[in-house]
Every structure is written in structure tokens, then in C-alpha cells.
Design a protein. Sequence first.
Length: 690
Amino acid sequence: MVSDTQRRVIYVNPAFEALTGYAAAEVVGRACGFLQGPDTCPEAQQDMRRATDAGRPFRGELLNYRKDGTAFWNEVAVLPVFDVSGTLVQFVATQRDVTARHAAKHKLLLAARVFEEGSEGVIITDASQRIIKVNPAFTEISGYSEAEVLGHRPSILSSGRHDPSFYRQMWHAVDTCGQWQGEIWNRRKDGSVYPLRLALRRIVGNDGQTTHYVASFSDLTPRKAAEESIWRLANYDATTGLPNRALLRDRASRVLEQSRLDGAPTALMYLDLDQFKKVNDSLGHRIGDRLLVEVANRFRTALREQDTLSRVGGDEFVMLLPGAGVRDAARVARQLLELASRPFQIDAHELTITPSIGVAIFPFDGGDYDALCTSADVAMYRVKDTGRNDFCFFTADMQAQCTRALLLDNLLRRAVERGELALHYQPQCALRDGSIAGVEALLRWNSRELGAVPPQEFIPIAEGSGLIIPIGEWVLASALAQMRRWLDAGTAPPVVAVNVSAVQFRQAGFPDRVHRLLEEYGVPPGRLELELTESVSTDDPAAAMAVMEALHRHGVRLSIDDFGTGYSSLSYLKQFKVGKLKIDRSFVAHINENPADQAIVGAIIRLANGLGISTIAEGVETPAQMVVLRELGCHEVQGYWIARPFAAEDLPAYVEAHAASQLVLRPAPRDHARLRVRRRRLRTVPSATG
Ligand code: C2E
Ligand code: CA
Ligand code: CA
């Protein structure tokens, strides 16, 4: 390109046209900077400008643009042309596309930077494996400076952990395949040994001969340490150092596989420390943790090398005993109970704990780890239910119960929407005058598949699965809806009593929910009584009290169901807002024959009287029971003798019949005895006379 002193193009040659895509006619007369574009380096432009302004030649590389917009690296040489008088008359600029060279140079620069600044150590040797170059990372990792290793073989770095045949194989691979990769151990200048990931490459010249070897490596020490600590964290319990659930599962799958091959049994035990939570709550987690460590240490002594003792939860341990059948497992379980029975001394505290142990044997009680765990867990809960501090094997009977429970749970999920649930009502009568004091709503499930399922069977399952929440809500709503209908018909009993599960009671916002339902059905709160069990307050009496307070504020009545069977704290009873105690039917059943039961019932009634709480006896099946209850001062009775639970629509009929037979509640003991004798005579006379 030739341009004038104003830098206007005078001429371009065909090579320029070919290079840039511009035709001569298009560019002649234009300012000569038209090849420049957005990414052309401004400094290079300035340099060129400065040189040409001063009448000096310029040479440089610029990013320029063709007519079609594509960029290329242009090696530009500008020569100023002077006339004979020394005046600048023209510039002649030659242009050459050096994009390819530029890229290559760039790549080299990049490689050099990686070599110099990268974190991977690099060693370059000549064909005879003498070191000719190392990078700073090499020095940092190995501790050797470049001067110290130049001319040496890389073997000065070896750790001595690999035998000569290892290196022979490594070099053989490099020479035959061109490269080798792997993890090896090397030794630092300070003598310490470290793991590294090494990539070895053979470089060949144009003639196919080896010219160099290049080794690049990274120090694996930090990663190995991290891997190890991650592995420990993921597989061991931090408190006791025992394998955790993850590692247990891992080992179990291997042990069971082996068991399957050998045809040998394997025992899996679930062990739960009874009421360990109390230690934590009363003495703090620090003491609790130390107790766990001590317990773990003792348990370990009962196990063999090949057994696994793992901690899978707060106070839950699982033992895996490969090769152990029923007899071995029983022996170990007995030993664990014995080990736990001696008190633990933690600081000034002498602590005693009792374990509950459930045992399942592979392959009989479960075909895989999960099934085995479930079985052992079920067996453990059986121990808990029947008094703790013992062990128990999983049995076929438990198996059947589990299967049934699973079935019930599944069917129960659809029971509400399928309309299989119903409420029956059982009257509660005042002993004073025989009047109806209220009715208790009792849930009935008539399953399409199973027929009638007793609440004693399905309610605990619903409590376990949480299903009791929607079901309980349904019960409450249905009972209130029924009360509304009775009120509208003018046949309402004074109160409807609804059973509330502890699970439901503890649910956040329960009092508000009750309140909302009362409003929804327009039932005065005093018409509703909630029957709670003592278990609502076992875990957190303060919280239970707050809920009772709230319900009481809403005007709802409260009673304590099955009183005497749970662990009521009498001091709490005073503060609970309950209006009524329901004396459990187990005391009522033998009240006539068993003086102890009579004493208990009497004590409950006196206690309640003292606290201004009324009493009702449930499960009254005979007039004789009623008589004793009246003598003891009980206020109300409920039971088959008065009436069995019936459907809501039968209430009016009952009320009518009841009014007529109110005398039933009245007779004195002797009258009653006579009544019964007379009945019997009536029955026997005809047969005696033929
Ligand atoms: P519960 O609250 O103690 O209810 C009294 C149970 O005793 C009822 O059994 C009732 O039919 C039965 N019963 C009444 N009179 C007599 C009698 O004279 N003799 C005998 N042997 N039994 C009598 P049901 O209806 O089978 O209920 C059993 C348990 O199921 C109830 O015991 C209660 O704990 C629970 N339950 C029933 N309905 C509900 C409910 O809607 N919600 C909740 N959470 N639990 C319920
Ligand atoms: Ca009840
Ligand atoms: Ca009861």
C-alpha cells in the first residue's frame, strides 16, 4: 500500500487485494487506517503513528480486519519515502498475514507460563534421562533447587518404597506406549516421603528418536489427608469413634454376602439404652457423651475381632456378628446386659443404665440388611414394651404383626376418603340420679377389605405413622357436627367426649384448631370434653400444661383417660386444668373381688375430690361394680351395663328407654342381690318342672 503524506491511499497492489478482500478502487483515496478495528491494540497504533510522524520507519504486529470482518494478525512494515531534497513524499507499507505464527508464539508463551507458574512440578530430561530443566513448582514440592538436580537422573527423587521392577515397568511403558501415569511415592530433599500423581511422557523428534522425557506431577499429600479425614467423618461416629450407620451398612452387605456363600448365619442386634435421654437432660450432653464412650468401651469387650459394634443414633447401637446363630447371639446379649448392669462412674456421678436388645438372625429373619434391621428393631421395641433391660429374638409372630401393621397402615390411608370411618357413642351416666352426663365418641373402622378393625389395633398404628393427625381431625369434626345435629333436634346430651391421642395433642396449634372447629359447627365449647391420656405430659409437662391452659381458656372441658395406668405426676395433676379423671377399667373389672383394686379406686376418688376434680369409672359391666363405685363416692359410670356404644341415630331411642329404666341405677346392694336371685329362679323353674 502506498499512501501520501496525509495518509491517504494512493495505490494498493493485487496481493493487498487478495489479503484484505478490498478492491483497489474501493480504497484509493481513503484514510489508510481502515484495516484497524475494535480490537486493534491502541498502543501499537500510537507507535506506528509516532514513528511515521517523525519520518521513521515502523515495524509491528497489529490485529487488522478484512473487508468481510474477519480478523488477522498483520505484520506491517511502513517505510517513509523521501524525494531528493529530503522531503517526505509517501509511505510504502507492506502487509503480511502472520496469524498462524502469532498463534504458535502465543501457545509457546502460554506453555512457558504454565511451566514457570503452574502448581504442577515439571522435570525435563534428555534422551539419556539426565535432568536438563525443572520448574519452580518442582522446587517447591521436592525441596531441590534446579542447580541441585541438573545432570542427575530422576531416580535421586525415589522414595525406596517401590522396588526396581516397578521403575523398569514404568520406563518400559513410556518407551513402548509413549507415556505412563500413576500414583507413586517420592522422597523430598528433607527426607520425607510423599505421594504424587505422575504423568511421564516421551518426546520424539522428526526422525522418530527420543529427544526428551517430560515428567509432570502434583503433590497428593493434602488431598490424601483430606480424603482420609473425609472418609473418617463419613464412616465413624465422632463421639465414640465407632463405625456409623454408613460403614455398618457397607460391612453388613459384605458379611451377609459371605454368610450367603458359606450358608452360615449372621446375627444383627439392635441395642437401645433405656431412658438415656434422662441422663442428657439432667446432667448435660457432656456427661451423656462420656457415658456413651464408656458404654461403647464395655460393649466392645463382649465382641470378637470380626464383629462390628456401631453407633447408629443417639443411644442406639447395632452389633453385627458374622457366623453367630441363636445360641451365640443369646450369649452375647446376656453378656451385654451384664456389662451394662454395673454402674458407670462419670466424674462424681454414679450412673446406671439398662439396655433393650432386639436380635435378628440372617437369613431367617430377613434376607438382606434392611430387612434384618427392621426385624431387630421390631424385636427391640418388643423388649421396650414389655419392661426393658432384656433381650428378645425376632419371631414369626412379630413378623405376622408387622405384616398386618403394614397392611392396616396402607388401608387406613384411604379409610377417611372412602368413608370407612364412623363414630359410635357410649353414654356416661351420673350415679347420683342416673341422668345422662354425656356421651363418649368412639371410632369405628369398617374396612372394605378387612371388615371391622378394633380401634385398639389400628389407633397405635395410626399414631406411629402420624395418620392419627388427619384421623383425629376427622373424629373431632364429626363429633362436633353430630353435636350440632343433636342440638338442632333438641336431643343433645350435655357433653360429647372425644378421645385425643398424645400425638395429636402435641401438634403445634392444636388448641386453635379445636377452637376453629367449635366455631365452624357453632357448638358451645362447654359441650366438648377432650379425653387425654397421662402420656400427653410425660415428655414435656410444661408444654402439655400450656396446651391444657389454652384449651381451658377456650372453654373446652378436659378429662384424663385410663387414669392410674400411666405415670401421672400427682404434683402436676394439681396444675392441670382437668375437670374429670376416668378411672381405668382394669381397676373396675375386679373391684368386687380384689381389695387392692378397691383401695386404688377409693384412693383415686378421694384424691380427685381433694383436688376438686370429678370422677368417672369406665368399663362397668355389672350392677355389683356400680354399687361399690357408688359407695366409694364415684360421680359417674360408663360401661356395657349401662349401654354399649351405639350409632348416633340410636341416641333418641336410648334416651327414651333409659328414662324408663333409670331405676336400674338406683337399687341398693341387697335389693340387687335379690333381683338377680329372683331372675335366676325364674329361669330355672320352668326347666325343673319340665
Ligand atoms: P377408651 O378411651 O378407654 O374407650 C373405652 C373403650 O372401652 C371402648 O373401646 C369401649 O367400647 C370399651 N368399653 C366400654 N364399656 C365397656 C365395658 O363395660 N367393658 C369393656 N370390656 N369395655 C368397654 P373401643 O371403642 O374399642 O376403643 C378402644 C380404645 O381406642 C379407646 O379406649 C381409645 O383409647 C381408643 N379410641 C377409640 N376411639 C378413638 C378416637 O376417636 N381417637 C383416639 N385417639 N382414640 C380412640
Ligand atoms: Ca376414652
Ligand atoms: Ca379409657
